[in-house]
Design a protein around this ligand. Structure first.
Ligand SMILES: Nc1nc2c(c(=O)[nH]1)N[C@H]1C(S)=C(S)[C@@H](COP(=O)(O)OP(=O)(O)OC[C@H]3O[C@@H](n4cnc5c(=O)[nH]c(N)nc54)[C@H](O)[C@@H]3O)O[C@H]1N2
Ligand SMILES: Nc1nc2c(c(=O)[nH]1)N[C@H]1C(S)=C(S)[C@@H](COP(=O)(O)OP(=O)(O)OC[C@H]3O[C@@H](n4cnc5c(=O)[nH]c(N)nc54)[C@H](O)[C@@H]3O)O[C@H]1N2
Ligand SMILES: [Mo]
Length: 694
């Protein structure tokens, strides 16, 4: 199968590749249509203060405006008055350059990225249990061999179509697929067993599953004794989660809990995977931890063909979280508050370690502080559209409007770019080289197929240009205590520090990551080509890479995995008489993320033209709503208007909407901005609403 997008000059053809076996989803093969889309940005835009409108401008004008704006707020309010917001779709090279630019170009502590809305709960749970965060600690192909595969809050049939081949293979091999989702999704329809809990009750379900495994004697005592610590507290905690109690809370029948526990506890090769349905909660870290506890008690992690993993979402969801876009992080998955990490990275960057700022704050907290007293007054956005994708989006939209300076680098005029003072047109996937790291921790090449359109620069070139201009205008009165001549950086030095060539950036990333958890030191572009991808950690060029983690030890100081006792707690917002229904959100096959790109592709627009509100026919009847009727979903924060879509596949106490749309159909007008205390993950997957015919 080879598909060619009209006039794009680029042909996207699936090739035989071990990860997806040549599979490519509809979004993949229509992506070429965007390359020469009429709405593609090909010139910078600058807002005219008199008219308030965006006008085309030269790169010089646009970049001068950015630099003047940054200088103004930093001179007035200090370096942290400028913030950077990145994205998990950026290549490793860009994510790395952006983190470095924030820390030593802008010298601000404020950088975070949309992965906080995506991967952060599973990442934090993985770190605390295993001492490392790699989505899958084993190759994807293991899924096809699993006797039992449990998917918790994941709908790969719509969100990761290439992965479905492994599910099919698993079934063909006689394996059992169990899906936990409040909706009968395309994935749940393929399952042998579908558990349909109330949103936000996955933790209780996991504790009950472990309770049953303990009662039935399915816990792997030898593994627990040899390879883990902390089981006793977990055992005591789950003692209170007898199955009938979990049924009462979640609505999952005891018989289904027992059947699931049996399949996991007696299944041979067993894999447990979580995705956003379980993770995007104010208790996301604890919920993932409950499934990790279950996996550890059954002796799965590190056992051949078994384990726990998280289905990483964005194009570079894994690599994007390793090289310094996170508020608390330096390249190689190092911590910015670790003195040894600071020394190492500052050495690679050629600055004194004490010049590196400290940790910033997680994404939602950052966005919510913009333009407020003491908060950042300028924001640079690369690869995200928070006006659509942030929780409680109307409030965040207001924060963005309060900024002195909003700069957005994008290929299209996203809803966030439309609010910007300066919009910088950037290259996209087919127009630049780089690397991405997939959910298996496998570093892959992304190749330029053609140059960017005239007038468009790559993100790396934009960062390089900005660094040079900032150095040129560096004022010594930013911080008089720092007026040290050794720190003055002329433009040429700054530009050399921020090379625009991705190959040069990758070479530096390798050195910066050396010795870190996500060690890329031994990964060269040539080796990636030769081996069809290289799994980190890979510390030396002539040494092996690491397709499988945990076979002998975990990445903790004592080599043992750590149990953590976790208990169910209610959602941050519970239903009440005024807001009696549960609202949850997610994705549809034909739209991607905030929709900037996919809402502009005709075939995808036809397939999924507008937002909808999915509700059960019994609920609809009670509310006097027919299929297709316009409905209003209201929460304490705002409302969403979209046509009703009746489905017996959803619980009658829960309504669902996709989050891909802007305007009246924006699901995030309704969502709750409560966040997980450990990961900073917002509670996208549950809040309380009222539904009416509009
Ligand atoms: N088509 C398409 N594919 C995508 C994307 C896209 O936007 N569109 N985005 C990519 C990205 S960045 C990501 S992160 C992944 C996300 O991939 P998934 O995690 O598979 O996607 P979601 O639809 O957000 O959530 C999965 C399921 O969680 C269920 N759910 C809701 N609340 C709960 C709950 O409380 N408990 C449980 N157990 N389930 C619940 C929803 O009904 C939904 O079916 O997809 C990636 N792939
Ligand atoms: N209610 C609700 N909200 C959610 C979720 C949910 O399940 N429910 N899921 C959350 C999740 S998991 C995620 S990942 C976020 C995603 O939401 P966002 O962070 O908004 O991510 P995208 O929509 O992918 O935005 C990417 C933007 O960057 C642009 N872009 C693409 N490639 C590049 C590039 O290389 N460089 C630059 N400079 N720009 C580029 C695109 O055109 C687009 O405008 O949404 C979160 N929001
Ligand atoms: Mo995501």
């Amino acid at each position: 199968m080879t598909l060619r997008a009209d006039d794009a000059g680029v042909t996207v053809h699936p090739r035989q590749f071990p990860t997806n076996r040549g599979g490519l989803c509809q979004k993949g093969w229509t992506a070429a249509e965007l390359l020469d889309h009429p709405e593609r940005l090909t010139t910078p835009l600058v807002r005219d203060p008199a008219t308030g409108e965006l006008h085309p401008a030269s790169w010089d004008t646009a970049l001068d405006r950015v630099v003047a704006g940054i200088r103004a707020v930093q001179d007035d309010a200090g370096r942290d008055a400028v913030a950077v917001f990145g994205g998990g779709g950026l290549t490793n090279e860009k994510a790395y350059a952006l983190g470095k630019f924030a820390r030593i170009g802008l010298r601000t502590r404020h950088i975070d990225y949309n992965g906080r809305f995506c991967m952060s709960s599973a990442a934090a749970a993985g770190m605390r249990a295993f001492g490392i965060d790699r989505g899958l600690p084993f190759p994807l192909a293991d899924l096809g061999r699993a006797d039992t595969l449990l998917l918790v809050g994941a709908n790969p049939a719509e969100t990761m179509p290439p992965l479905v081949r492994w599910l099919t293979e698993q079934r063909r091999n006689g394996g059992k697929l169990i899906v936990i989702d409040p909706r009968v999704t395309a994935t749940a329809r393929q399952a042998d067993l579908h558990l349909q809990p109330l949103p936000g009750t996955d933790l209780a379900v996991a504790n009950a599953l472990l309770h049953i495994a303990l009662t039935e004697g399915w816990v792997d005592r030898a593994y627990v004794a040899d390879r883990t610590t902390g089981f006793d507290a977990v055992r005591r905690g789950v003692a209170a989660w007898w199955p009938a109690r979990a049924e009462q809370l979640s609505g999952v029948p005891v018989a289904d809990l027992e059947a699931t526990a049996r399949a996991l506890g007696t299944g041979g090769r067993v894999i447990i995977l979580t995705a956003r349905g379980a993770e995007q909660h104010a208790k996301g870290v604890d919920t993932v931890t409950a499934y990790v506890n279950l996996a550890l008690a059954l002796g799965l992690p590190g056992r051949d063909g078994s384990g726990y993993g998280c289905l990483t979402g964005q194009g570079n969801g894994q690599g994007g979280r390793e090289h310094g876009q996170k508020a608390d992080q330096l390249p190689g998955y190092r911590r910015i508050d670790d003195p040894a990490a600071r020394e190492h990275v500052a050495g690679v960057w050629g600055v004194p370690a004490d010049e590196l700022p400290g940790p910033g704050v997680p994404a939602y907290q950052l966005l919510d502080s913009l333009g407020t007293l003491g908060g950042p007054r300028a924001l640079l956005v690369f690869g995200s559209n928070p006006v659509v994708s942030a929780p409680r989006a109307a409030r965040i939209e207001g924060r963005l409007r309060d900024l002195d300076l909003l700069v957005v680098a994008d290929l299209l005029l996203s809803e966030t770019a439309a609010l910007a003072d300066v919009v910088l047109p950037t290259a996209q996937w087919a127009e630049e080289d780089g690397t991405m790291t997939n959910l298996e921790g496998r570093v892959l090449r992304r190749r330029a197929l053609r140059p960017p359109p005239p007038g468009v620069r790559t993100d790396l070139a934009i960062i390089s240009d900005l660094a040079a201009r900032l150095a040129d205008t560096e004022s010594t009165d930013v911080d008089p205590a720092d007026a040290n001549p050794a720190r003055v950086r002329p433009a040429a030095v700054a530009a050399a520090r921020f090379p625009a060539d991705p190959a040069v950036v990758f070479a530096e990333l390798r050195r910066a990551s050396a010795g870190g958890a996500a060690d890329y030191a031994g990964i060269s572009w040539d080796r990636i080509d030769a081996d069809d991808g290289v799994y980190w950690p890979c510390p030396s060029e002539d040494g092996p890479d690491t397709p499988r983690l945990f076979a002998e030890r975990f990445a903790t100081p004592d080599g043992r995995a750590r149990f953590h006792p976790v208990d169910h707690r209610p959602a941050a917002e519970e239903v009440c008489a005024t807001y009696p229904l549960h609202f949850t959100t997610g994705r549809v096959l034909a739209q991607y993320q905030s929709g900037t790109q996919t809402r502009r592709v005709a075939a995808l627009r036809r397939a999924a033209p507008e937002a909808f509100v999915e509700l059960h026919p019994d609920l609809a009847a009670r509310l006097g709503i027919d299929d297709g009727d316009p409905v209003r979903v209201t929460s304490r924060r705002g409302e969403l208007r979209a046509p009703a879509r009746l489905s017996t596949g959803i619980r009658p106490d829960t309504v669902f909407a996709p989050f891909h749309y802007a305007g009246a159909g924006r699901a995030n007008s309704v969502t709750n901005d409560a966040v997980d205390p450990i990961s900073g993950m917002p509670e996208f997957k549950i809040c309380a609403v009222r539904v009416e015919k509009a």
